[in-house]
Write a protein that binds this ligand. Structure first.
Ligand code: G3P
Length: 224
């Protein structure tokens, strides 16, 4: 399972890339606005230098011609750019064009299995179902992931990876893994939560205390 970080904050991206566990990055217009970056294009170039895996950069337009022009431009910024397009008829048309020429495409704002089927048929590299936003309106986000994984598994010609988005807690990540989703894009604070468990902290404190008590050493003394 691949972990992407869902942020446009370059400092968070650098910090999490240093763990060696980051496989990619997703951004969206809201995250870019939040980052306060002066230039979106420069930001994407910088992120692509930090992370070698797919970096999703979303188009700003909604009409086919401008989305395609923006997508072509973004795809040339770095070899690991995945152009992100909305799940609309025009977005899927852009997806078909860009994926046909070998550009990675992330189809975003997916809220139904029917939409996910269309994204796969359009040749998307990734489809991004938003689990948290479905939960927010009283639906079951993870059920959608389960449905899409089941559908895709029945059609070997579908090469699209399920990229679980709008992740709100570690359980979303665990459930996505149980369902066999290929990727989860996770906000930085939730990635950090994945590392922690109170019993890990408690157990480590005990080990450190007992180690100090018994006076054992592992490394030989360094010559002065
Ligand atoms: O990047 C798209 C998605 O992950 C957004 O999440 O929390 O704004 O619903 P959220």
């Amino acid at each position: 399972m691949k972990f992407f970080v869902d942020t446009a904050d370059i400092n968070d991206i650098k910090d999490l890339a240093a763990t060696g566990l980051l496989d990619g990055v997703t951004t969206n217009p809201s995250l870019v606005a939040k980052s306060g970056a002066a230039s979106f294009v420069d930001l994407i170039k910088d992120i692509c230098k930090v992370v070698s895996g797919p970096v999703s950069a979303e188009v700003g337009a909604t009409d086919y011609e401008t989305m395609l022009e923006e997508g072509l431009f973004l795809s040339k910024l770095a070899k690991n750019v995945a152009v992100k397009v909305p799940l609309t008829p025009a977005g899927l048309k852009v997806c078909k064009h860009l994926s046909g020429q070998g550009t990675m495409v992330n189809v975003t704002l997916c809220f139904s299995a029917a939409q996910a089927i269309l994204a796969a048929k359009a040749g998307a590299t990734f489809v991004s179902p938003f689990v948290g936003r479905l939960d927010d309106v009283g639906e079951n986000g993870m059920q959608l992931i389960s449905d899409i994984c089941q559908i895709y598994a029945q059609y070997p010609e579908f090469k699209t990876e399920v990229l679980v988005a709008s992740v709100r807690n570690p359980q979303h990540v665990v459930q996505a893994a149980l369902m066999g989703a290929g990727v989860a894009t996770i906000p930085p604070n939730i990635i950090r939560q994945l590392f922690t468990h109170p019993l890990t902290d408690k157990g480590l404190a005990q080990f450190v205390a007992d180690w100090a008590k018994c006076g054992q050493k592992i490394l030989p003394a360094k010559a002065a």
